[in-house]
Design a protein around this ligand. Structure first.
Ligand code: TRP
Length: 327
């Protein structure tokens, strides 16, 4: 017996990287054991920040292919779909916007951050971003939403809208609980910034082993360790952080000790990491290649997902409209 329904959304960003995997996908896969899961490619959300939308289709395909290869499994009941394929979300967005105080939206730290990032494109949709997210979650009556630190304020906002809506119109919407997931901060190969495709400091899950070795070799290590004979500080080294995820605990302890005494150099340490990463990712790459032999597969999964999502969405939007009193 499942413990309820999980909903999560991710913007279509194309091939996924280690940061996406450790921060979200791994969790999405695990949640399937205990919940009915609904995973959504939020293409409408993507429109709020994209000036150039020509890659949306390709990025949706590549992202979902990675999800499936990583173990998100529609055969286990998981619904995977594209936000815009179930248009009821836009209706709910409009209705929820009527119980949303504008000041609350413009005060959100995430909104202010976007205004800083794109001062020339502060569009109306950007202000409504969290309302659309609330519509996503409530349209599927999700009880649980896995959130990392960056989405905590959005989820709290959703809970507030639900309370306001239900207060006015009756107990129709479900107030979702945040499931705080341990999101390790995965830094990029620059060793400073969060891993991200836009900074090109990422390592893709589907990367070829040769290319993987190149990326790992480029990784910035302890800046104070200039020469091979200098002792290193694993606690400030991003190569070491990844070893902690992908290398066995005994070896990690060994590396920790050897780095501090300059017993091991960065080159060898990186070789080990690249090898372990390649081993770890091999089954993923194999499944991905296998799935990609049928170019329609991803679209079939998304089509089927949209149909299953629509069954829920149609029911909930009807309930909402009745509750609001729309004729
Ligand atoms: N806002 C999320 C992000 O920027 C994406 C998102 C949209 C989402 N709708 C959602 C996340 C619903 C969880 C639940 O990453």
């Amino acid at each position: 017996m499942k413990q309820g329904r999980v909903f999560s959304g991710a913007r279509p960003t194309g091939r996924q990287h280690l940061g996406n995997y450790l921060g979200a996908i791994k969790n999405y896969v695990a949640l399937q054991d205990d919940y009915d899961c609904v995973y959504c490619v939020v293409d409408l959300h993507a429109l709020t920040t994209l000036q150039d939308t020509k890659h949306l289709k390709e990025w949706t395909y590549e992202m979902v292919l990675d999800w499936l290869a990583a173990g998100i499994d529609p055969d286990r009941g998981t619904i995977v779909f594209v936000q815009s394929h179930v248009p009821q979300v836009t209706e709910l967005h409009v209705i929820l916007s009527m119980v949303t105080p504008l000041g609350k939206l413009t005060r959100l730290p995430t909104f202010k951050e976007k205004v800083r990032q794109q001062p020339d494109n502060v569009n109306y949709g950007l202000v409504g971003y969290p309302v659309l997210m609330a519509a996503d979650i409530t349209l599927y009556k999700a009880n649980v939403v896995p959130v990392g630190v960056d989405q905590v304020s959005h989820l709290e906002f959703t809970r507030e809208i639900v309370r306001t809506f239900n207060h006015h119109f009756g107990p129709v919407l479900v107030e979702p609980q945040a499931k705080h997931t341990e999101v390790p901060k995965v830094l990029g190969i620059d060793g400073v910034n969060k891993m991200s495709k836009s900074l090109n400091n990422h390592i893709e899950l589907a990367i070829e082993p040769d290319e993987l070795y190149n990326r790992v070799r480029m990784m910035v290590t302890d800046p104070q360790r200039q020469r091979r004979t200098d002792p290193g500080r694993p606690e400030v080294c991003n190569v070491f952080s990844l070893h902690k995820v992908f290398t066995s605990p005994e070896t990690v302890r060994q590396i920790d000790a050897d780095c501090r005494t300059a017993g091991i150099g960065c080159v060898d340490c990186k070789k080990m990491l690249a090898q372990n990463l390649a081993d770890h990712l091999a089954p993923f790459r194999e499944r991905r290649a296998q799935l990609a032999t049928d170019p329609d597969h991803v679209w079939d999964v998304l089509h089927d997902g949209a149909e299953r999502a629509s069954v829920i969405a149609r029911e909930v939007i009807a309930e909402v409209k009745t509750a609001v009193g729309l004729p």
